[in-house]
Design a protein around this ligand. Sequence first.
Ligand code: PEP
Ligand code: MN
Length: 264
Amino acid sequence: MDELNVINAKRQFDIGNFDFGGKEKIYISGPCSVESYDSMREIAKELKAIGVNMLRGGIYKPRTSPHDFQGIGDDGLSILSSIKKEFDIPVSTEILDIRDIEKAVNHIDVIQIGTRNMYNYTLLNEVAKTKLPIILKRGMSATIREWILAAEYIAKAGNNKIIFCERGIRSFETITRNTIDINAVAYMKEVYNLPVIVDPSHGTGIRDIVKRTSFAAIACGADGLIIESHVNPDNAISDAAQTIDIKTMKEIIDTGNKINSLLL
Ligand code: PEP
Ligand code: MN
């Protein structure tokens, strides 16, 4: 694993006013897709009130089927930036295409690289140049080594603000959407002390088990969580089955913080 020791990722850095990688866990939440200004605003207002530190919301959506909703696209940028200002909260969205980077960079605080693009080294090099922190989701079949080396592309291109995100890997299991690799979280923290968050929404695909798996992630030493939530989860345009309500999100934050305090 020696070549991996060259990874030049920061262990602690600011995201808005939040000290990421410090003592407190980061809670990132919001809908799978930004649906409209009004619904995003309502969700943001509620999430801010319960202590969420950063909003998520996809505008360019990498859907498995080309026939499914592909996101609202560029219109989402102004929605995200006005909500970010109104509620004084950082926002993140996924970038899929190098042609969207320049448009997006002034509207968002953190760039998400999705599981399907972890191996897209051209995209990694280009997003790195923005100097914004990058959430690097693990490829759904990527080894830990491949994941770390993907991050190394970002670091080598001059950006060491990398947030590794374990979002579940493919296994033989079909009842859950993916399998959260808790080993990877423990390994990344213990061996490299790298910043890692967990996405129990895509990691499970089932809203009823998002809470318990969130607690496991915090207990395992993850630096935070990224969770899909909505004021009306059943009506979410994408990923409704794994989207939780605001009340559940609050329980996750409150108990997550208690678990964290036991480990400090
Ligand atoms: C998402 O966060 O909405 C998403 C598409 O995630 P992933 O890349 O992990 O599937
Ligand atoms: Mn989703």
